[in-house]
Design a protein around this ligand. Structure first.
Ligand code: TRP
Length: 338
């Protein structure tokens, strides 16, 4: 598709409104997106269509969908700049996803490690939605001529497949139908690990003592950080062999924006206990205003709905243009005058 050279590169990402969001979602993703919104045309979604690949309680799904949006806003994403919307509000996602499914193969989808892991656990009863999940993700990305997708390690393979589908369709139709997206690796921003098992990524499991949810009280957060697992020894250093310390230092760096070396130096001759207490205070003070603003917005459904409608309307204009082009190339007829 013809490109306007004055246009900013397009950056897109989404979060599933399944569990409540964690400090990992905030520091690893959302907080960085805030800094990107001036330089990129950003699209940020709550991906409810992806969420239903596993069974969801309808009331909770609705509440969490609003909560993802409220958290984006409370974190400082500006709905006048970024497109903030709910995936299912733009029906082009489902429509293009079907077409993407027809342009991917069983072999490709069977190779996705996320699917393989789940299939190993669930066997034949695994929902088909989990199998075609990456084709929906490809549709999300390709509808907007996306150039950059900030993804974690677990989603890289899905992005790689998206690129292959884009290239395949561009070749088939001998035109630049889709921009071919690249992974966006943030220079700053951290991978936040589980406080109890610091070699694992901070997950979303409700019962985990090593996960910090953005909805938790000051007290709960403080306790969890102070109980974080640290490593043997007594010197505070930043190294792979000390994953517990590394995680706390990374959290501090991500929250303050200060370089790791400076933080490590400030702990020379100090004890693990002090690092934990100070990290706990930093996290509590960062999450408190975010939680309070999210709760305020959650009570203002009118405002959230207004923002969602606006986001979906703006996103749809772009999505529709791409989808129509695809349909035309495929030979789908469009009766005159409609
Ligand atoms: N699959 C992503 C995840 O689970 C969420 C997602 C859906 C996404 N569509 C996307 C991420 C498009 C980036 C771009 O984390």
């Amino acid at each position: 598709m013809a490109k306007d050279p004055t246009q900013k590169p397009v950056l897109l990402s989404g979060i599933q409104p399944t569990n409540n969001l964690t400090l990992g979602n905030y520091l690893g993703a959302i907080k960085n997106w805030v800094k990107l919104q001036n330089d990129y045309q950003c699209y940020f979604m709550a991906v409810d269509l992806h969420a239903i690949t596993t069974p969801q309680d309808p009331k909770l799904l609705a509440e969490r969908t609003y909560r993802v949006l409220a958290t984006y806003l409370a974190s400082g994403i500006d709905p006048k700049q970024a497109m903030l919307f709910v995936q299912s509000h733009v029906p082009e996602h489902s429509e293009l996803a079907w077409i993407m499914t027809c342009f991917s193969t069983m072999g490709e989808l069977s190779r996705m490690t996320q699917f393989k892991d789940k299939a190993d656990k669930e066997g034949k009863h695994i929902p088909s939605g989990l199998f075609v999940y990456p084709t929906l993700m490809a549709a999300d990305i390709l509808l907007y001529q996306t150039n950059l997708v900030p993804v974690g390690q677990d989603q890289k393979q899905h992005l790689e497949l998206t690129r292959e589908i884009a290239i395949r369709m561009n070749n088939r139709f001998q035109t630049e139908l889709f921009a071919v997206p690249e992974p966006f690796i943030a220079k700053i921003g951290a991978k936040i690990m589980d406080l109890q098992n610091p070699t694992n990524k901070m997950g979303k499991s409700e019962t985990s003592k090593g996960t910090l949810f953005l909805t938790e009280s000051d007290d709960e957060i403080s306790k969890k950080v102070k109980r974080a697992v640290t490593d043997s020894g007594s010197d505070i250093t930043y190294e792979d062999s000390k994953p517990g310390l590394k995680n706390l230092l990374s959290i501090q760096a991500a929250l303050t924006g200060n370089p790791i070396e400076g933080i490590v130096a400030s702990y020379r001759d100090k004890q693990y206990g002090q690092l934990k207490v100070e990290t706990a205070d930093l996290v509590v003070n960062a999450i408190r205003p975010l939680r309070e603003e999210t709760e305020r917005l959650m009570k203002d459904r009118g405002e959230l709905d207004r923002i969602l409608k606006l986001g979906a309307t703006r996103a749809r204009e772009v999505a529709h243009t791409t989808l129509e082009k695809v349909q035309e190339l495929l030979g789908f007829v469009r009766p005159m005058g409609s």
